[in-house]
Design a protein around this ligand. Structure first.
Ligand SMILES: Nc1ncnc2c1ncn2[C@@H]1O[C@H](COP(=O)(O)OP(=O)(O)OP(=O)(O)O)[C@@H](O)[C@H]1O
Length: 615
């Protein structure tokens, strides 16, 4: 693999190091080359912990490593996300924290149900749901839930501390962790159990972390807890730190030299993606941020362009973008080399309408995560209920999916059969053996209990096919789908699920992975052709020949909620920077006076970019 001199210097250095990279500077290439170099030096691949930001990035890195080293993919068991690596550690030692193996990861769906039930118990208004979920998550990701709750004591009239402990008690009683707990509990384990910590410290010979600018406090602490010998290699771009809103803290990146005494700093400044005109303008924009590391990013490619266009309304803006795309397409640029990026999802509607009208094929990136789709959730709840019979949320979902004539009254009646400390599934098993149900319901429920027993030992793909077949899920899906197209798409999703599941040996292995890929939700899934439409967050890491950043209005980008705080405003500017640096050749920034019937002046970032273009 070809490496520049800057990349080579970073790859061959041994000891604590931070790579301060620019956009398009080959971070992934450098990280992969570093692992391969370590293996050449005699480091065992099994002992290298390489942390990526998403599961997809971990798979991609493993693929490249097998190509580079000729080693089998199994030789890289610790190329993982923070969540996936921490769950592996947690699962191994969960008894030390009072859990019984197998430890369950609560999916979004199960977590939502638990929170909603608790909110009823605390007599809270349903409109507080997102606030409650965000507060629980932020408390954990801060690394210090107590301090967080001191600073944010209440949601409405309810004490956050009471909610938090009720929520944690419920999870513990169900022998489960939610997504945020994976990091928090792994931190507790490594911090409080010296023997476990020292074993891992002795085991890992090198730790590498990608996208270090987006680590949160817990992840930074976990890195420190796992690091035994100072061999730490972190790569990132502080100009692209865009996850502050969910707890990432760019200070870990900015303060790396203070945290790791003697660390070497390397810079990757050549942009291999974008033309120099784009790199220069993006550099100029980021200079308006006060808090940033200095970098001299450059490109050797010429011939790009940056243009600003202002419109009266969003319809006019969308029509112009559609015309421009058609023109570029006629000049030979394929649709899949172009992207339309926006700050928030609602912006996309007039553009979708304009593209449909003009017959431009497009796809939305980073939409609902695969595992959150209705049909996938249904099937996964069957598998979960088979492996975790105490999981009421999963069992309640399958109880009447497809319809078995079980309404809320019947659920109440079944609940009354619950043995002390038992689950809803225990209750149903009791009701079935007690023969207290009408014959139709009895037949449906006993078939369900039998089905769950039968699939529990099966391989995941066989289990899915068995569920589909025995509950006639296809007919159910057909009835539920509004159009023939929707039915086809949903059935295709299930085929995809069967394929994905076939790579796992047991239901437990499969369910763990399914729960862990939650973090890839924002990630783009890009198999089909067509123009790409995406939020800026979902476009991270991608590149396109032509990029339109639309909706550059003062209310939208920067987002109106961020305008009062200097640090949030700087994060918005970094978002603009991420969007601009996705472009290889042509970059268009557009704004409209009226959007959704409201007036807004052009974004201050438009004025800043215009200033850079004049220089
Ligand atoms: N030494 C090199 N020589 C030629 N091309 C390179 C080199 N290093 C990286 N590239 C190419 O530059 C492009 C950008 O690389 P990559 O996607 O790894 O950048 P990145 O630093 O992760 O970017 P970003 O953070 O902006 O997403 C890729 O197409 C990659 O193949």
């Amino acid at each position: 693999m070809e490496l520049s001199d800057q990349q080579k210097a970073a790859v061959t250095h041994i000891g604590p190091a931070l790579v301060v990279a620019g956009a398009g500077s080959g971070k992934t290439r450098t990280l992969t080359a570093k692992v391969a170099h370590l293996i050449d030096l005699g480091y065992r691949p099994e002992r290298i912990l390489a942390i990526t930001f998403t599961n997809k990035a971990a798979d991609e890195m493993k693929r490249r490593l097998t190509e580079l080293t000729g080693l089998a993919v199994e030789r890289f068991p610790w190329v993982r996300t923070y969540h996936s690596a921490c769950f592996r550690i947690l699962r191994e030692h969960c008894r030390l924290l009072g859990y019984e193996p197998p430890l369950q990861i609560y999916s979004d769906y199960q977590q939502q149900k638990l929170i909603k039930d608790l909110m009823i118990r605390f007599d809270m208004d349903r409109k507080n749901f997102y606030a409650v979920r965000a507060a629980l998550s932020s408390a954990k990701n801060s690394g210090s839930p107590d301090a967080y709750m001191d600073a944010h004591p209440r949601i409405g009239p309810v004490r956050l501390r009471d909610l938090f402990s009720a929520y944690e008690d419920e999870l513990k009683a169900r022998n489960a962790v939610d997504f945020d707990n994976i990091l928090l509990k792994a931190r507790d384990l490594l911090r409080d159990h010296d023997g476990v910590r020292e074993d891992y410290r002795a085991y890992f010979s090198y730790i590498l972390v990608d996208e270090y600018q987006d680590t949160n406090n817990l992840q930074a602490e976990l890195t420190r807890l796992l690091l035994g010998n100072g061999n730490l290699f972190c790569v990132g771009d502080d100009w692209q730190a865009i996850y502050g809103f969910r707890g990432s803290n760019v200070d870990h990146f900015l303060g790396f030299e203070r945290s790791y005494q003697g660390a070497s700093i390397f810079r990757l400044e050549q942009n291999y993606r974008s033309a120099d005109e784009i790199v220069k303008t993006a550099n100029g924009l980021i200079r308006f941020n006060r808090d940033r590391m200095d970098k001299s990013c450059f490109s050797e490619q010429k011939g790009g362009s940056v243009a600003i266009h202002e419109f009266f309304s969003d319809e006019e803006e969308a029509g112009w973008v559609a015309d421009k795309i058609e023109m570029l397409h006629r000049s030979g640029i394929a649709y899949d080399k172009m992207a339309v990026l926006y700050r928030t999802k609602f912006c996309s509607l007039p553009f979708e309408q304009a593209f449909r009208f003009a017959g431009i094929p497009y796809r939305m990136l980073g939409d609902k995560g695969f595992f959150e789709r209705k049909e996938i959730l249904d099937i996964n709840c069957y598998l979960t209920a088979a492996v975790f019979p105490k999981d009421d949320a999963a069992f309640e979902r399958v109880l009447n999916t497809p319809k078995r004539g079980i309404g809320p009254k019947m659920v109440e009646k079944l609940n009354a059969c619950r043995p002390p400390g038992g689950s809803l599934q225990d209750a149903v098993a009791r009701a079935v053996s007690g023969k207290i149900l009408s014959s139709k319901i009895h037949a449906g429920l006993s078939a369900l209990i039998q089905l769950l027993k039968d699939i529990e030992p099966m391989a995941p793909d066989a289990a899915i096919r068995t569920v589909m077949d025995r509950v006639d899920y296809e007919t159910h899906l057909n009835q539920q789908s509004k159009t023939a197209d929707e039915f086809t798409t949903r059935m295709e999703n299930i085929e995809q699920l069967v394929y994905a599941a076939s790579t796992y040996e047991t239901l437990l292995d499969y369910l763990e992975e399914a729960a862990l890929v939650r973090e890839d939700k924002e990630e783009a899934d890009s198999d089909e052709g067509g123009l790409s439409m995406a939020t800026i967050h979902a476009s991270k890491g991608l590149e396109f020949h032509v990029v339109f950043v639309v909706g550059c209005d003062e209310n939208l980008l920067p987002h109106w909620k961020s305008r009062e705080s200097e640090s949030e405003l700087q994060e918005e500017r970094r978002l603009m920077y991420v969007a601009m640096t996705r472009a290889e050749k042509f970059l268009f920034l557009t704004t409209a006076d009226y959007r959704k019937g409201q007036y807004s002046p052009a974004s201050r970032f438009i004025a800043e970019v215009a200033e850079c273009l004049r220089q």
